[in-house]
Design a protein around this ligand. Sequence first.
Ligand code: KE4
Length: 432
Amino acid sequence: MVSNDTLFTRAQSIIPGGVNSPVRAFRSVGGTPRFIVRGAGPYVWDAEGRRYVDYIGSWGPLILGHAHPAVVRAVQDAAARGLSYGMPTEAEIEIAERVCALVPSMERVRFTSSGTEAAMTAIRLARGFTGRDIIIKFEGCYHGHADALLVKAGSGLLTHGQPSSSGVPKETTQHTMVLDYNDAQQLEDAFREHGKRIAAVMVEPVAGNMNLVPGAPEFLRTMRELCTRHGSTLVFDEVMSGFRVALGGAQSLYGITPDVTVLGKVIGGGMPVAALGGRRDIMEHLSPLGGVYQAGTLSGNPVSVAAGLATLSEIAKPGFYEALAAITGDFTARMNAAASAAGVPFCAASVGGMFGIFARATPPASYAEVMQSDKPLFNRFFHLMLDAGVHFAPSAYEAGFVSSAHDAAAIDFTLAAATQAFGQLTLQAGEK
Ligand code: KE4
């Protein structure tokens, strides 16, 4: 058996930070990432043979749990017929028809291999469709790592954003404005000042990249109304919330119809599938019909699409989301009760199969409130739980995910560990 430490040292000798996506490196929580060798249902096992109840779920895609038999079988069958053609297949038509039937705002859809590609394309499409440049996004929302979206708030309220990453020229972000999430007044002000120059507003309707912060209905309604009035494109980034908070995504919960939706994660069931879709008159500006270019060698890949179709078949079954929301709601309610009983400033909240655990007394409703969380306290909780065999997201600023495979045994195991952890945090606080 090789230890996680040995693997991490070896990984860091050849991969920057030892990981292929930064959040996996545990730099926010400290310690050594667990190198996973297999998953089954709600569990993963690391290189040292330790089992964890998994609440990362590959950051959202694993809504059926790990190695679901129907998904594995679909992938095996597709792979045995060939891995990729770079030529159209009927399966791509089928997944397009299924996704558009489940998300009626999507009259046309184009598939990509990652959410970043889909979000980047949605921005380019909105600019091509409107002939305008300004994009509005919100502090705390993440839409992948395309240059135009790696932007933090500018110095002034309605000034243009500053790059949030080195290597991004400020000319690339000068047309991106970053406002406060859930602040409808700021949005009104921005449209009053720039309205006819705004190509798009891009938002996570239920934000999951600053931990879980649901969009306020008034905020999203104002956004819809302003985009309609000014001819700007409303883009819902539902890469995380799509097929996660409800079968029809957040847009079905709020009853708001965006012009373009970005999807990912669940629609691939763990394989690389993402998509953008929306109004036909907008989508037909995409190449080869229109002048907005977009392409991808493995877009609509048959093996990935097979995983997506198998996943969509399972989640479309009657009662799936009611059961998932019930498991997740019960979990967060019991976490709140355990934290309250221990007298520690923790709380939890959920929307469908997505949840947040916060090191603060009440769930945050804004980025500023998220930033008031007690990060060191969260990190101590994270490691107490990890040592007890429960793997939450290695960051105080990430949402968590429950799958349909999280049965009573997994949830009860988690609550027993959390009760112990909260008790130890209380003891530590008493020793200070
Ligand atoms: P990908 O390029 O990672 O497939 O999707 C980017 C993306 C776009 N939009 C939203 C709302 C997203 O949440 C994401 C990716 N989410 C992160 C989780 N915080 C993926 C995890 C990671 O970066 O490793």
